[in-house]
Ligand binder design. Sequence first.
Ligand SMILES: [Zn+2]
Ligand SMILES: [Zn+2]
Length: 364
Amino acid sequence: MASRAGVIGWAAGVLSTLLGALAFGAVLCLWFPAVLTTPALRDVYPMGLVRATIKWALGIAFVLGVLSVLLKRRKALGLTGAGLATLGTVLGGSQVAVAGPVARSNHVGLDWFLLDLFLLSAIFVPLEILFGRLREQPIFRPGWRTDLWHFGVSHLLVQVTVLLTMAPAALFFRWATAPELQAFVARQPYALQFVGVLVVADLTQYTVHRLFHELPWLWRFHQIHHSSRHMDWLAGSRLHLVDIVVTRGLTFVPIYVLGFAAAPTYAYLLFVSFQAVMIHANVGWRFGLLRYLLATPQYHHWHHSADVIDVNFAVHLPVIDWLFGTFHLPDGRWPATYGIRGDPVPDGYWAQLALPFRRSSAPG
Ligand SMILES: [Zn+2]
Ligand SMILES: [Zn+2]
């Protein structure tokens, strides 16, 4: 049994390392904005708030790191956090000047990775601690490193994945567009268009998702997503890059062809990036009648059950599963175990990336 000082020291060390890494990464973004930041985000950053956040994060990371070193017998965590904060400060901290305008170049989305990691962990970690459906499941449960790699790579490669999501639709489906129809769709109220995008996207996602389950050569890729034995907000990131690009690329086709306006389309992208995380979270809420309208954690957790398979393919709208006979939401019950029987998928990011291409990976 760890002593109380040890537990506090551990928590301080974890927070210090997380905040130290985020702030240090943000300082790097200030130094090299052209190659480390995403142009679409660059344009909308409230820089005053960003700089204040970096300053506070560096300070808090340093203090918590020192606290952890004092309280904990093993010093590595505290030293890492305090060290990252020191390094960030030595490099100029929140004061690093950015000479504008920042050139457009090939980039990795380090800012998007840091921002999304910061926001999602700030929202979901407290929720999972307070309202966890499995309270005893630790934050750092088995496999979290693998999932953080998936989260990291898909965020850093945002330029590539966005391009591969949007380009195929315009490249291969221009013939299917009709200017009058697109003008008619784009004229509708934004709220109606948002619902339209949601329905059209989820009908496509349902179909593509089912194919990923039913065609053995596609299941090779999708089995990575199903290999998680523990559900939480980070588990949903476990997706093979081919799975991400094919699913998003095909989902974007009808949105492009029908010609929805930019604002409701972006609103949908924000919505999906949050909901896709939320439905994996270890949160025990049942959401009342809303659970029949929108996919909830309980709903998607059944999709990850190791025993009940091929149910709940929809990402947003359970009614689609209901229409096609794949709806499964028994009252108040949750799956007993998650994952794939026999555990065919190895742990580790690179092993999972390579698995579908290995001849020994038996489809099934
Ligand atoms: Zn699936
Ligand atoms: Zn999932």
